[in-house]
Design a protein around this ligand. Structure first.
Ligand SMILES: *[C@@H]1O[C@H](CO)[C@@H](O)[C@H](O)[C@H]1NC(C)=O
Ligand SMILES: *[C@@H]1O[C@H](CO)[C@@H](O)[C@H](O)[C@H]1NC(C)=O
Ligand SMILES: *[C@@H]1O[C@H](CO)[C@@H](O)[C@H](O)[C@H]1NC(C)=O
Ligand SMILES: *[C@@H]1O[C@H](CO)[C@@H](O)[C@H](O)[C@H]1NC(C)=O
Ligand SMILES: [Cu+2]
Length: 207
């Protein structure tokens, strides 16, 4: 027992050393994009979404329905709308932790005024597998606005809730978005053994 505890502690320390934070700029340069558009991440990695302008959100969806907030097997995580005044010196930041690198994660911006940001292709993916690429996901998002002639993924799209593992145990936090003072609202729900995301929100000063 003592050995396995020591081994586990060693493993944990290795994992924490290797964990990476991925910075994703939301709406950089007034564009309706996530930058980068898609990433690969391992369990333990964090993704920090930094809202750089306008009034965007990071809302979890599914491959099958890119522009609809996920409801099954659990409610998707959602940053909520994060309005940023032009010339703001502090940018809201929202962070999630990836717990299962095998489960792809799909996100969109839920803003629809004055146009659908998702329909304009403002989507983001984590660990998109070869059979469900980011390009397919984005094409399907644009198709919701009649913005693309690309076929909506069909056969491959049915897997999003079948195994249910892609996003079980995901939790949401709705941080206050308008304050200019530092704020944090971390929340972690246990959920099932499948992919648990932890989320936290804070405001970071621009230096
Ligand atoms: C941000 O967008 C949401 C959804 O369109 C809207 O309800 C909210 O009033 C907006 N906030 C600001 C400050 O513009
Ligand atoms: C279609 O996409 C373009 C950018 O690619 C965007 O400007 C336009 O608003 C989108 N149309 C809709 C209805 O979202
Ligand atoms: C996914 O992201 C990588 C960079 O992380 C980029 O090279 C690639 O073009 C992206 N895929 C698409 C379809 O945009
Ligand atoms: C991770 O996700 C995959 C694919 O959804 C799933 O099969 C697997 O059970 C998950 N692993 C854990 C530890 O939850
Ligand atoms: Cu947006």
């Amino acid at each position: 027992m003592r050995f396995s505890i020591a081994a586990a502690a060693t493993l944990l320390s290795v994992v924490s050393v290797q964990a990476v934070d991925h910075l994703v700029k939301v709406g950089a340069n007034s564009s309706l994009i996530f930058d980068p558009t898609n990433i690969t991440a391992v369990a333990g990695d964090t993704i920090s979404f930094q809202f750089q302008g306008k009034n965007h959100s990071v809302t979890q969806s599914t491959f099958a329905s890119p522009c609809v907030k996920m409801t099954t097997p659990t409610a998707g995580v959602d940053s909520g709308f994060m309005p940023v005044a032009s010339g703001a010196t502090q940018l809201p930041q929202w962070t999630i932790t990836v717990s299962n690198a095998t489960a792809p994660l799909w996100f969109f911006c839920a803003q629809t005024a004055p146009v659908s940001h998702c329909g304009s292709g403002m989507v983001f993916a984590v660990n998109a597998p070869p059979a469900k690429t980011f390009a397919q996901f984005q094409a399907a998002a644009k198709a919701t606005a009649g913005n693309s002639t690309a076929a909506t993924p069909s056969a491959s799209a049915s897997g999003s809730s079948g195994s249910g593992a892609a996003a079980s145990g995901v939790s949401a936090s709705t941080p206050a978005a308008s304050s200019t003072t530092a704020k944090s609202g971390a929340l972690r729900l246990g959920g099932s053994a499948a992919g648990v995301l932890t989320v936290a929100a804070l405001f970071v000063g621009l230096l």
